[in-house]
Ligand binder design. Sequence first.
Ligand SMILES: *[C@@H]1O[C@H](CO)[C@@H](O)[C@H](O)[C@H]1NC(C)=O
Ligand SMILES: *[C@@H]1O[C@H](CO)[C@@H](O)[C@H](O)[C@H]1NC(C)=O
Length: 372
Amino acid sequence: MASLPSSSLLNMLVVLTILQVPYTSSFTQFIFGDSLVDAGNNDYIFTLSRADSPPYGIDFAPSRGRPTGRFTNGRTICDIIGQALGAKRFPPPYLAPSTGDGALFQGINYASGSSGILDESGTLFVGRVPLRQQVDYFEQSRAHMGRMAGDGSTKEILKKAIFSITSGSNDILDYIRPSIPFLGEDKVSPSLLHDFMISNLTIQLKRLHTLGARKFIVVGVGPLGCIPFVRALNLLPNGRCATEANELTQGYNKRLVKLLNGLNQEFGPEAIFIYANSYNILIDIIRNSRDYGFENVSDPCCGGSFPPFICFKGNDEKTSSFLCKDRSKYVFWDAYHPTEAVNIFVAKKLLDGKDETVISPINVRQLYNYGL
Ligand SMILES: *[C@@H]1O[C@H](CO)[C@@H](O)[C@H](O)[C@H]1NC(C)=O
Ligand SMILES: *[C@@H]1O[C@H](CO)[C@@H](O)[C@H](O)[C@H]1NC(C)=O
């Protein structure tokens, strides 16, 4: 504690309180990404991409079914994994005014709906925090932690924390969305899109590493060709997925695997990057939906089966959008996002999966126990 600089007494008290908790043995995660893992950041910015009204969150027990900014009916994959590994709380959204300095040491959620790896992705939704800016925010958090607890302790805490990055879907969705003429967008080739995504992601992963992150989970992009929004764009009948969108996604995921292998060679064994193949997990759920107990893989539970797919609740049934009766029987909650029922299956495979085509080189539980 010798190197505590000009911290206020309050800061010191916060630090002392935290230091008494055996936080190094509890699960700490820092979350980056898009709406798949946003836990409320977009509630605090001006954006069309928000999940702050019912029925979003209808199955989220801690809020008694009230919306929290999560883009699903219940918990996200990060929530479920955290609980399974004994986290005492869900990492709070960075932008929530109630997220105080003391929270930094127990993990923060920087994710933002409609954001992508590329700064310009998601422009259509106006406000969002792109991945680069999420890492900027973490950089500020990191500096603050250093001032509060000293650089040495901060490094130790970050070394054991898990950094998950779930981004890329919106870069690809922007690419396949019909372009808006007056924006005069020029489309680059698919391989150049992949180049941009990979090179920009590389920069952010290396920045996080420089800031002290050592245990990374990087989530690939899921089968976007199968989500109700993209199926509707392509006028596909039930049970069919858009091939082009899925190929674009798989092309990116392949590049991502190469990148992570390279980073493991460059920074291992003092850092480890695991790849979460959400594509394979979701395709398996969609193809063998009955085995998982799902009855409806094509239509969203909330918002109806046709564009504009808006999921909302009015004063009564007449002024509300369609809401399915049994949410556990649907793969998709709305036109973009899976239900909590799906998130539970995905989280389970990421946590304890033994299959290299699903999670590699080790699973999340092994990552958590990985001694660094
Ligand atoms: C990041 O992506 C942008 C396109 O959004 C691209 O112009 C830029 O070259 C990329 N950065 C790097 C370092 O490749
Ligand atoms: C899926 O759900 C939608 C909306 O509830 C319904 O119209 C459709 O018939 C269902 N499809 C199947 C295959 O059950």
